[in-house]
Design a protein around this ligand. Sequence first.
Ligand code: AMP
Ligand code: ZN
Length: 492
Amino acid sequence: MQIYNTQYHKKQEFAPIEEGKVRMYVCGPTVYDQIHIGNARTFLSFDMIRRYLMFKGYQVTFAQNLTDVDDKIINRANEQGRTAAEVAEEFSNAFIEQMRRFGILDPDIRPRATREIEAMQEMIVSLIDQGCAYAVPSGDVYFSVRSDPSYGIVSGRDLDQLRAGERVEVNDEKRDPFDFALWKAAKPGEPSWPSPWGDGRPGWHTECCAMIHRYLGTPIDIHGGGSDLIFPHHENETAQAMCAWHAPLANVWMHTGMLRVEGDKMSKSLGNFYTLKEVLDKYPADAVRLLMLQTHYRAPLDFSFERLDGAVGTLDRLATCVKNLRWAAENANQDGILTELDRTLGSAVDATRTEFIAAMDDDFNSAGGLAAIFGLVSSANKYLAEAGDTIATAPTLRAADMLCELCNVLGIDLSKATASEELPAELVDLAREQAGYEGDSASEAAEALLAARQAARAQKMWAVADAIRDGIAALGLVVEDTASGARLRTKE
Ligand code: AMP
Ligand code: ZN
C-alpha cells in the first residue's frame, strides 16, 4: 500500500511501526464556532483513510484533540459576555454532534487541551532542561528553532530562506523570529493555569505534541491535517518532539487539499463558508460524503451546490441499483445453470473488488474506488435490462452485496436500500377502488394496482392506466418499470 508522505514529497510503501497496528493522530478543531465544510473535508478524508486501514486488517488507534483554549475562543467569549470554558463546551459538543451526523467514526481517544496541562508542562520543562527552550521576563516560554538542526524537515523549508522571505510577529523577547511560544503568560481575564513560569496557558503547537506523546507514544505512524497546517503547525510540532524525545513525531505526514469556493480556500476569515450543520440540514450526509470522495484527498476540491445536487442524483443511482438488484433477486425465476450473462455479472463483481482495492492502495484514491463501484452499477443495470425474466439469484445478490460492502468501506451506508420498502396503508383503499382488490395487505395492493395498470396499458386504455399511476403518485410513490417487472418505490 502506497501513501504520499509530505515530508518526502512522494508516495512510499506503508510499513507500520508495529506490525498490524496503526497509530494515527489528526489535529482537531479549535472550538469557537460551528465548523465549516472545508474543515469537514479534512476530517472526512481521514475518516475514509482510517476506515480503509481497518478494512485492510490493521488495528487502528485514532486520536484527535479538541483545542479548547485559544485566542479565538477567548475573543468569542468576550464578545458574548460568557466564559471561554462555556464557549468551548458548546462548540465541542456541536463538533461531536455534527461529526456523528456526517457518519465520521468517533476517535478512540479525544483529549482536550485544557485537561492535558500537566503533560504539556512536563514537555516544556524537559525542553528548557535540554537547552531547547527559554523563559522570558514577561512569563512566556519560547521554543528555540535554532536548537533543532532538522528544523524545516516536514515542510521542506530552510530557516535562512524563511527569515529572508516571511513576515512573522515581531517580538523583542524572541531570540529568533521563528521561535514560537510553548507557554503564554496570562493576560488579565484570560483562562490560565499556574506554572513554574507564572500563570499562563499552552501554545497551540505544544498541545498536539504533548497529547500525541502521552496517548500514542512517539513516533506515531500517521499524522494528518489540512495542508494549511504543514507550516508552521506541523513543523513546530515535530521540532518539539525531536528536541524533547530525540525522535520525530510521526513517520508519515499526510495532508489534505483545501476545499475551495469559486477558486478561494473556504475560510472563516474570508466569509465564504457554509457550516457543516447548515449543509447537513439540507442534504443527506452520504451525498456530501460522496461529493467529497469523488476528488482525491490531496487535490483541491471545488465546492458548489450544483455539484452537491449532482451528488444527490449519483447517490440515488447507486441506492436504486442496489434496490433493483435485491428486488430482482427476490423475484428471480432462474436458479439453475448460469447463462453467459449471469457469468459476466459474476466476473464484474470480482473485478470491481480488485479495482477498488488497487485504487485505494494507491494513496487512498477514493475517486478511483468510486469509479470501480460505478462500473459495477453500469454492469448491474445492463444485466437487469438484458436478463429480462431470467434473473439468476446468486450473481444478482453478490452484486448488491459488493456494492454495499465497498460503499461501507467509504462510509456510505446503503443498508437501507432494501428490496421491500414500507408501503403506505392507503394503497389498500386505492387498490379497492381502482383494481377491485379485496384484501388488506399494502404489498398485495401494490401488486394488484400494478397488474391493473399493466392490463389497462395492454388494452391501450391509457386514461385508466394514467389514473392508476396518478393515484399512486398522490401517495408519494413512483412506478418503476424494471426489466423484471414493474414495482413501486418511494419518491426520493
Ligand atoms: P482549524 O480549526 O482552523 O484548525 O481547522 C481544522 C482543520 O480543518 C485543520 O486540519 C485545517 O487544516 C482544516 N481546514 C481548514 N480550512 C480548510 C479548507 N478550506 N479545506 C480543507 N481543510 C481545511
Ligand atoms: Zn496539531
